[in-house]
Design a protein around this ligand. Structure first.
Ligand code: PGA
Length: 255
């Protein structure tokens, strides 16, 4: 089942998403959070940092697993997702860094790294809440459009459109890695709860296709229609196509 929280703008989207995470931690202090990289969740992390400093949420027992990492990029490299997560979140809250897990993009045996990463998630008891962003091509994590849904954590070749979209974090598009490790769709779908954050009119078509067209691996986020507990937190701009088509969606009113 999918519920929508529609907000005026990015800041409100970020606050609502952060509130859902705060509630999860306050309900279960050693929650395993699945976390996303990218521009969209940055505001969510900023709220959590602020509330952590104000003593409203405690990360001392929280554990995290990230969705993905660029291949061939060392964790000490500023372009790595490890660096991004440390810089935008982990270094600013009272989380224990050893409780934060991200695939190693520069591992010698990448297949083994994928298997180990997934085993670790299972050993940690499975993901309580998975925060997701979405790509314009429908990717979640780095699960790019293809003819099937890949269950397990795996190596993926990044689409040109994804590399172009992420070029803003690099000197040029040529510098964007060609491959990444991503949690598989099966791992994401096994999360007990999913919170998808979406903002901006450039994501409006993707949001519509995810929930109101056929489930199709060429648009990987559409698999979320089969998850039992998805909360979409979207700003007005991201809701444009859904609103234009006048489709009916479940409003989430308890926030
Ligand atoms: P963005 O990326 O938040 O930077 O738009 C989302 C994604 O590609 O999953």
């Amino acid at each position: 089942m999918t519920r929508f929280i529609v907000t005026e703008n990015y800041d409100q989207m970020s606050e609502k998403a952060a509130l859902l995470i705060l509630r999860q931690i306050n309900k279960k202090d050693n929650s395993l959070l699945g976390l996303a990289t990218g521009s969209t969740p940055v505001g969510t992390y900023e709220n959590l940092i602020k509330w952590n400093q104000q003593g409203l949420v405690d990360f001392a027992a929280v554990k995290t697993v990230s969705l993905d990492e660029y291949m061939g990029v060392d964790e000490n490299d500023e372009q790595s997702y490890r660096w991004f997560m440390n810089d935008n979140f982990f270094n600013k809250v009272n989380i224990k860094i050893e409780n934060t897990h991200i695939p190693m993009g520069k591992s010698g045996d990448i297949e083994l790294e994928c298997r180990n990463y997934e085993d670790r998630i299972n050993l940690l008891g499975g993901i309580d809440l998975q925060l997701l962003g979405i790509g314009e091509n429908g990717h979640i994590g780095f699960n790019e459009p293809t003819s099937f849904f890949e269950k397990h954590t795996h190596v993926v070749a990044l689409n040109d459109s994804t590399r172009k979209a992420n070029a803003r974090f690099f000197e040029s598009v040529d510098k964007v890695p060609t491959h990444a490790i991503t949690m598989g769709i099966g791992v994401i779908m096994a999360a007990r709860r999913i919170v998808l954050v979406v903002n901006g009119s450039h994501k409006a078509q993707a949001l519509y296709k995810s929930f109101f067209e056929n489930v199709d691996p060429m648009f990987q986020a559409s698999i979320l229609q089969y998850h039992q507990d998805v909360t979409v937190v979207a700003d007005q701009e991201a809701m444009q196509v859904i609103n234009d088509k006048k489709v009916v969606y479940n409003d989430f009113i308890s926030l």
